[in-house]
Ligand binder design. Structure first.
Ligand code: AMP
Ligand code: MG
Length: 403
């Protein structure tokens, strides 16, 4: 098995994606909709603006009356926002109007108040106006029945404001997938406890939980399973109501790497388990019964990189959203040597300078246990298989880590 052909990251991801299904839709209020993915198109329930409205505070006039200025007009009424002037404007007449009020019948233009001088019931217009000036016409923004937001849209604050304006108090979105996970390792204790002489603190549980939340999933942390088959099986059994199971550690070929041996008798059907990438070669995907199961390496940086490359897109896909990796071009801040037969993900600082391409500067230590470096990294520089040595200043592809 150790000589098994290594899959490319892309091929492995495509195979995993093909095995995932989309969660059912549910209806949520706008207050709960941020970051959710639309399951049904959002269609406008009204026309906006519902009538021709003034865009400014000033006077509604007939443009023909103010082609020659100064022009004196008689003020015949007022139209506040939320109110209206019900009459029809005649020759030589003006209506005092405020932003958002409907344009009175007979008027075709708004003169802003800064261009007028008022004297009791008359107003002198000092600047000529053209028809349609400062008027927001009916349906300028959208009309009843317009397709506002498409299926698959991950909702932003602006999208939610738009949905509210379309008079949609609720939206149909995909249920957030529940991602169950546990770490394996006799050496691991949770943060906040006193590790024994041969123990370390588990960082993967909390890190992965946070990554799942950020990606739009619901984390179900099943804790730490010791390195024995029964404990691993028992932990996995607690994931049966989840949409996906992620195991952390115990996935390589060490004697104590027991995840596969534990789960095979429980029905684990492995699709792949070795990927041509660094960090993270021992990455496993399969199905435990019907449950998609992703096995991540235990090294904290490997686990995180694999989660960015596989779990994040999986969570997006399960919600029916955009699962593409959004990479950028950046300029390398320091030289990198030629790459070998595995795609390399190099932790790097990412510095943005106004108007220029961002600079990605790799950190010298790249050990896959170093969380201090990962936490400082702004991106992963993606080094294709067999990439030639690359000099500072050359353009490289990076995956931003802060999203
Ligand atoms: P494994 O994949 O179980 O062989 O683990 C590889 C390395 O990652 C070992 O040094 C483990 O101690 C470490 N490791 C495994 N799981 C975790 C975890 N949850 N948090 C921090 N380090 C871990
Ligand atoms: Mg282990």
């Amino acid at each position: 098995m150790a000589q098994q052909h290594l899959l490319s990251v892309e091929e492995a991801r495509a195979r995993m994606m093909a095995a995932l299904s989309t969660t059912q839709p549910e209806v949520v209020s706008l207050a709960q909709a941020l970051g959710r993915v639309l399951a049904e198109e959002a269609i406008a329930r009204r026309t906006q603006p519902p009538a021709d409205l003034s865009a400014m505070d000033g006077y509604a006039v007939r443009a023909a009356d103010v082609t020659k200025v100064p022009a004196q007009l008689r003020i015949v009424g007022e139209a506040p926002a939320g109110g209206a002037y019900d009459g029809t404007l005649g020759d030589g007449e003006a209506v005092r109007i405020f932003t958002g009020a409907p344009l009175p019948k007979g008027a075709d233009s708004i003169v802003i108040q800064e261009d007028t001088t008022r004297d009791g019931a008359t107003v002198v217009v000092n600047e000529a106006a053209r028809p349609g000036q400062h008027v927001r016409v009916t349906g300028l923004d959208f009309r009843t029945g317009d397709a506002g937001l498409p299926v698959g849209r991950k909702l932003s604050p602006a999208d939610i404001a738009f949905a509210a304006a379309m008079n949609l108090p609720t939206l149909s979105v995909h249920r957030r997938p529940v991602i169950a996970f546990f770490s394996t390792g006799d050496e691991l204790v949770p943060p906040g406890t006193e590790p024994g002489p041969n123990q370390i603190v588990s960082s993967n549980n909390d890190g992965l939980g946070a990554l799942i939340v950020e990606a739009g999933g619901v984390p179900l942390d099943l804790g730490i399973a010791p390195d024995n088959l029964d404990a691993i099986r028992a932990a996995a059994a607690r994931a049966d109501a989840a949409d996906m199971l992620v195991t952390l550690g115990g996935a390589s070929v060490g004697e104590h790497d027991l995840v596969q041996s534990a789960l095979a008798p429980a029905g684990l059907d492995i699709d792949f388990w070795k990927i041509a990438m660094r960090p993270g070669k021992p990455l496993m995907f399969g199905k435990l019964g019907d449950l998609p199961t992703l096995g991540l390496p235990g090294n904290p940086v490997s686990a995180f990189v694999c989660a960015m490359l596989f779990l994040r897109p999986a969570i997006a896909r399960m919600q029916g959203g955009d699962s593409a990796l959004h990479t950028l071009q950046a300029r390398l801040g320091a030289a990198l040597p030629a790459n070998g037969p595995r795609e390399d993900y190099v932790r790097a600082a990412l510095d943005h300078m106004a108007g220029e391409t961002a600079i990605a500067t790799p950190f010298a230590p790249q050990d896959s246990s170093m969380l201090s470096i990962l936490a400082r990294a702004g991106c992963l520089v993606i080094r294709p298989i067999g990439a030639a040595a690359t000099q500072a200043g050359e353009t490289v592809t990076v995956l931003p880590l802060r999203v």
